[in-house]
Design a protein around this ligand. Structure first.
Ligand code: 8DG
Ligand code: MG
Length: 126
């Protein structure tokens, strides 16, 4: 089981959707910014690191919005999605193919990673 952390970043009524690079697993699917927790890191530390590496922003990590487990052919992901806000910086497209601030009404226009489906359903409810 691979521990993955991701960030739900809101700006008023929009959240940040990130398109994965073409050359990685789940290439060109949309995701919440984040990545794998490294040995010796807490989930919060991993999420702050990933947001710095992938977006060049510093996030403040709040509570867990939701966690899900999904089995892919290549790995089983336990994804923990945190509510966060940007404490410093503006998201930069360092590694992603595209970045978009989207409303929950726009979710169906984007093809997200399969592990995110349950999360997106819940987002549409709130
Ligand atoms: N970050 C992120 N990963 C997700 C989401 N949904 C989902 O299925 N995943 C999967 C895709 C990847 O297989 C895995 C996360 O790996 P990653 O590629 O982001 O990991 P990483 O940033 O640490 O990159 P790397 O060092 O493995 O190259 O979890 C999501 O919403 N956000
Ligand atoms: Mg990542």
């Amino acid at each position: 089981m691979t521990e993955v952390v991701a960030a739900l970043i809101w700006d008023e009524n929009r959240f940040l959707a990130c398109q994965r690079p073409a050359n990685k697993a789940r290439g060109l699917l949309w995701e919440f910014v984040g990545g794998k927790v490294e040995p010796g890191e807490t989930k919060e530390q991993a999420l702050i690191r990933e947001c710095q590496e992938e977006l060049a922003v510093t996030v403040a990590v709040q509570d867990v919005f939701m966690d899900v487990t999904h089995v892919y052919p290549d790995l089983t992901v336990h994804l923990t999605l945190f509510n966060t806000f940007i404490a410093e910086g503006t998201p930069q497209k360092i590694e992603h193919n595209d970045l978009r601030w989207i409303t929950v009404e726009e979710i169906d226009e984007y093809e997200f990673c399969p592990a995110d489906e349950e999360i997106l359903r819940r987002l549409k409810e709130v």
